[in-house]
Design a protein. Structure first.
Length: 499
């Protein structure tokens, strides 16, 4: 499902209006959707609308009039004078036949519901002065809050809190989600999110050509690899996972098991000889090969059936790991780089990026978390509070020539061509040691089956979150591979695939 920036959403409105739908008709539909959500949220009691001077406030006036027409006790607080409203917002205000209350926190009272119609998604500067005090009072009031489009104080593009923001119980947005509905911290402030149809034809998306998508199955259905009846294990690819030394073997084993569960036909662990016995004793379906040097690794890759590699989990930081990465790139393998593989290039990231871009048709995935990201992308990983995670990951993908996955509760995957997905399905208990190692393996398992790198990474991220949901609280990383079959069954049912 497409995700629209505030500029893209404004363009969708303009295209719809140019096609013959009046802007006020869109506002009427939006306000009516808000009114319906308010009725479903609280069945009785007074409702207060806190309105701003833009179209968000206009939506609030329409909602107020609709609720009053349905017999609800409604009042409106307005940020500005009625006479200063313009355009469709002024038309909406004329439909409200009652006085407005002064913009004063004391005017809030004790409503059963507060409708937040102050700023919406277009806010681009910090909240100050009277609006700041009003938002503070709304949050302190204790009444449930229904926000229109976005909680006031949240940047629609970045998800950042612009000084202060409304903490909504529920948010009603229109046509498509915005980045802030999925990115943190904005998503936390939204509460439950509902997307209302207000009469914008989906055909406008063809002209807008959005590049951001919510990471859900419909976004990558066509790329999802499905085993064929006449297939065999070699047709599903062979993933090679690099193990660390004897004191750091567990991460690679978890990655290998993730690759196997994700559908790779075969998985081999490349193990130092000193760790061979430990790895062999702990693995069954995963094969083990002795590899100590980059030369031996290159010789192993002479077998073209080994089409995908994972390097990084427990691999160790330093020249040896760098050599393994460069060997895999020169062998033209699909490649997932995580953890130690990323840190090994911290002092020379351009060396890695040049090698990636120099490979023909590279299928390379970098999977940093927020601690690892600045080791490769220090200048685009600043702590500016209003900088978008989406923007940072896109810039990293363009610079590196790789698919970049920045992990977190709002994992973003970006491609050098500008496409990006944002995932919002990871439960909090997924933040546990080893979970990222399993994810690297899962992505490799999908790559091994031939899924394109951007789609394989997005699929892996979504399935990783769903596997954690399936396991539930108390999850440890080893559980993720065990719950993947249940996730596959649900996907097969959703896609209508027989099994």
């Amino acid at each position: 499902m497409e995700v629209l920036t505030t500029a893209e959403m404004e363009r969708a409105d303009r295209l719809t209006i140019a096609a013959g739908t009046p802007g006020f008709a869109l506002m009427l539909s939006a306000g009516q959707a808000v009114a319906q959500a308010a009725i479903e949220l609280v069945e009785e009691g007074p409702i207060l609308v806190v309105a701003g001077h833009g179209n968000n406030g206009g939506d609030g006036f329409v909602a107020a009039a609709e609720l009053a027409a349905r017999g609800r006790d409604v009042s409106v607080i307005l940020l500005c004078g009625r006479d200063s409203l313009q355009g469709d917002a002024a038309s909406a205000a004329r439909g409200w036949k009652h006085p407005v209350l002064p913009f004063n926190p004391q005017a809030i009272g004790k409503p059963a519901l507060i409708i937040d119609a102050l700023f919406g998604a277009g806010l681009n500067r910090p909240v100050k002065d009277e609006p700041y005090d009003m938002i503070e009072a709304i949050n302190a009031n204790g009444a449930p809050v229904l926000s229109i489009d976005l909680p006031s104080g949240i940047s629609g593009t970045t998800g950042a809190v612009m000084g202060i923001a409304v903490r909504a119980t529920e948010t009603v947005t229109f046509f498509r989600r915005k980045p802030a509905h999925l990115l943190l911290p904005g998503r936390i402030y939204c509460g439950r999110i509902r997307v209302a149809d207000i009469g914008i034809d989906a055909q406008v998306l063809g002209e807008i050509a959005p590049q951001t998508f919510e990471n859900v199955p419909q976004s990558w259905r066509d790329a999802f690899p499905v085993p064929q009846v006449d297939g065999h294990k070699y047709a599903r690819g062979h993933a090679l996972i690099v193990s660390g030394d004897i004191a750091a073997t567990g991460a690679a084993r978890m990655s290998a098991r993730g690759a196997l569960r994700a559908g790779a036909g075969l998985v081999t662990l490349a193990s130092p000889r000193g760790a061979l016995a430990v790895n062999a004793a702990a693995l069954t379906a995963v094969m083990v090969r002795a590899v100590d040097t980059a030369i031996e690794f290159g010789e192993l890759l002479n077998d073209k059936r080994l089409n995908t590699c994972v390097i990084g989990p427990g691999a160790g930081v330093g020249e040896h790991t760098r050599d393994l990465v460069l060997t895999a790139l020169s062998a033209k393998r699909r490649l997932v780089l995580d953890a130690d593989a990323l840190t090994s290039f911290a002092d020379a990231p351009d060396r890695l990026f040049e090698a990636i871009k120099g490979a023909p048709d590279p299928h390379v995935v970098l999977t940093p978390h927020e601690g690892e990201f600045p080791r490769l992308f220090s200048d685009i990983s600043n702590k500016h509070p209003f900088r978008s995670k989406l923007e940072r990951v896109r810039a990293a993908a363009e610079r590196s020539g790789a698919i970049v996955l920045l992990k977190g509760p709002d994992t973003v995957v970006a491609s050098p061509d500008g496409r990006a997905t944002i995932a919002a399905n990871a439960p909090p208990w997924l933040a546990t040691a080893g979970a990222g190692d399993v994810l690297s393996g899962m992505i490799a398992g999908l790559l091994a089956q031939g899924a394109p790198a951007f789609e394989a990474t997005s699929i892996g991220v979504w399935m990783h979150g769903e596997a954690a949901q399936e396991a539930g609280p108390g999850l440890i990383a080893e559980d993720l591979s065990e719950t993947l079959p249940a996730v596959f069954r649900r996907l097969y049912d959703e896609f209508g695939i027989e099994y």
